[in-house]
Design a protein around this ligand. Sequence first.
Ligand code: NI
Length: 199
Amino acid sequence: MKYRPASIAWMICLLAGLAFLGLYWSHDIVPQDNDTPSYIGAVGGPFTLTDQDGHKITEKSWPNKYLLIYFGFTHCPDVCPTGLNKIAVALDALPADKLAKIQPLFITVDPERDTAADLKNYVSLFHPKLIGLTGTSVQIEQVEAAYKVYAQKQGTGPDYMVNHSAFTYLQDPYGRVAGLYSHEMTAQEMTKEISQAIK
Ligand code: NI
């Protein structure tokens, strides 16, 4: 049988997603009440990266903002474009006062190939507020670990792929992950979830 690389990428994303869900459901954090999702406190953390203009940034670089974070890479054939288009639609459907409180971020899982300039060009295709972030391989590994991102290089030569999980994270101004949205969630659902989460 012949598999298209794109289908394989989707399958890997699905498997990574399931692995991730298992990871945070098995996490021994007990929700304080029914309104507190179990992943609160289990994902996210400090990071130091470089933005698309070459400036050093951290998770504290946007005070009082909610960060909407997506991990991917600019050579991604379909998962990232689909996810980023959905984020753009979801953002544009928010009331202006809530949109103003959000900084959307795209963090590369492919720092050896995605330069700051590549990221700047790429994110501009999706949303004017979106900022691309890269870093050293160690910095990227650290941020992936904090957010429990699955990312695995596949293949050799210049056209290699990076299979990766495709969750969108909403992080509140205190650095806590306040929302975790799957690749399958619709833009309308994401708008509703973000709108409810932003105070
Ligand atoms: Ni991707």
